[in-house]
Design a protein around this ligand. Structure first.
Ligand code: 5GP
Length: 174
């Protein structure tokens, strides 16, 4: 049976917010180039939409991490399963993530990326669930702050489904 999904942010709302974020980031990085690091797979849709809205020169790379634990709970143990193709030396790096939940993944990842000789590392996340935070993470650019609910769409999955939804929704479980 198909899951029931209730809309949290419509396609128009998400796109409008990404446009605003792109404008803000373009202002903040004026005169510089930006190296975006998207986290597979969830951040791909967001990273591509955001990149299209940024007016300073942009390069883009992706990496993949896995967090040991079950599908909906992060365990705090993070492993890089696909590293970046390009070095970060001297670059202004913007890490692009789909959601910051407990903060376990990003706190590990930012620590790891900050040791690679970049000029700067900032974090941009489409969604932020501060109520669930276990590890403190500074999110420089947040799309939407959301309550503690499991969301899908715009790159976010439920058992690998629903990444392709053009909106963000909550899966209603019985
Ligand atoms: P954290 O390490 O911050 O707990 O979790 C980060 C990862 O957990 C995200 O990149 C995402 O893959 C997954 N995650 C956390 N909350 C949600 C959610 O509400 N929906 C989905 N689909 N994934 C989530």
């Amino acid at each position: 049976m198909a899951d029931k999904i209730s809309v949290l942010f419509t396609e128009e709302e998400v796109n409008a917010r990404i446009r605003e974020m792109g404008e803000q980031i373009s202002k903040d990085y004026e005169g510089k180039s930006l190296h975006m690091v998207g986290i597979l797979k969830g951040a791909t849709f967001f990273a591509c939409e955001l990149a299209k809205r940024i007016t300073v020169p942009v390069t883009i790379d992706f990496m993949s991490v896995s967090s040991y634990g079950d599908a909906t709970e992060s365990s705090g143990v993070v492993k890089i399963t696909k590293d970046l193709d390009e070095p970060l030396e001297g670059k202004d790096v913007l890490v692009v993530e789909d959601i910051v939940d407990t903060g376990n993944t990003l706190s590990y990842l930012l620590d790891n990326l900050q040791k690679r000789g970049s000029s700067s590392v900032r974090l941009c996340s489409l969604l932020n669930k501060p109520d669930r935070r276990i590890k403190e993470v500074d999110v420089d650019y947040t799309g939407f702050v959301i309550p503690d609910a499991f969301v899908v769409g715009y790159g976010l999955d439920y058992a690998q489904k629903y990444r392709n939804l053009p909106y963000i929704g909550i899966v209603e479980t019985e």
